[in-house]
Design a protein around this ligand. Structure first.
Ligand code: 13P
Length: 253
């Protein structure tokens, strides 16, 4: 079964509601007609989710969130639950982004708890994994990524594993303009795929593994042309409609 490629824009802490609406208005006509051949989503900041949900109506673009709290509800000032996201029409949610791991103390265990709470609320997690430059230089890439994947999947029924998306984002490639080479990306993606087979059997074939880290219009097609690169998680280049739509087109080749 061929996996449908999945390209998601991670807007990070950019775009007011007005700017977000404008971006969707510019983007929607550019990706029209690609629905079905490639899955497209955008992940605005929490404050723009409602406005973007409205603007996406009638378009083939899905709504994603950038984070979620691990508990279903409670006294957690400043946090957002999976149920609240579902209520806004959010379909996917990024968890374990390296910025959250590095700057906000997100742990492997916390990521696993978020995966569980998302599935419970009917949302689909996009789990980010990836090594730092120091870890790559120390030859630890495959060990680190394997640990992160194993931990995120621990205890998960294989039916849920099949509905997961993983995003391999080497930390040294994020926002730096340095992209992993296609060979570097494919090597890690293939290792993740083998690990998924070990952990969950046949459904491993259904799991989309996105690449993220300085994906741009001119490198997207080559990266997504690799056998185990099933899409992209795009930061900076997702903030401009023409660039993001060219990346989405790159998934079709
Ligand atoms: P850039 O595309 O800006 O490098 O960011 C990648 C990323 O972190 C997506 O989640």
């Amino acid at each position: 079964m061929a996996r449908v490629k999945f390209v998601c824009g991670n807007w990070k802490m950019y775009k007011t509601t007005g700017e977000a609406r404008e971006l969707v208005r510019a983007l929607a006509p550019l990706v029209e007609g690609m629905g079905g051949k490639v899955q497209v989503a955008v992940a605005p900041p929490f404050t723009a989710l409602a406005a973007v949900a409205e603007a996406l109506r009638g378009t083939p673009i899905d709504l994603a969130a950038q984070n979620v709290h691990r508990e279903a509800q409670g006294a957690f000032t400043g946090e957002i639950s999976a149920g609240m996201l579902a209520d806004l029409g959010v379909k996917h949610c990024i968890v374990g982004h390296s910025e959250r791991r590095q700057l906000f103390g997100e742990t492997d265990e916390g990521v696993r708890e978020k995966v569980v709470v998302l599935f419970k609320a009917g949302l689909l997690p996009i789990v980010c994994v990836g090594e730092t430059l120091q870890e790559r230089e120390a030859g630890q890439t495959l060990a680190i990524v394997s640990r992160q994947v194993k931990s995120a999947l621990q205890g998960l029924p294989s039916a849920d594993v099949g509905r997961l998306t993983l995003a391999y984002e080497p930390v040294w490639a994020i926002g730096t303009g340095k992209t992993a080479t296609t060979a570097q990306a494919q090597e890690v993606h293939a290792v993740i795929r083998r690990l998924l087979v070990e952990l969950a059997g046949g459904v491993a074939d259904e799991v989309r593994i996105q690449y993220g880290g300085s994906v741009k219009p001119d490198n997207a097609a080559e990266l997504m042309g690799q056998p185990d690169v099933d899409g992209a998680l795009v930061g900076g280049a997702s903030l401009k409609a023409p660039d993001f739509s060219r990346i989405v087109k790159g998934a079709l080749r």
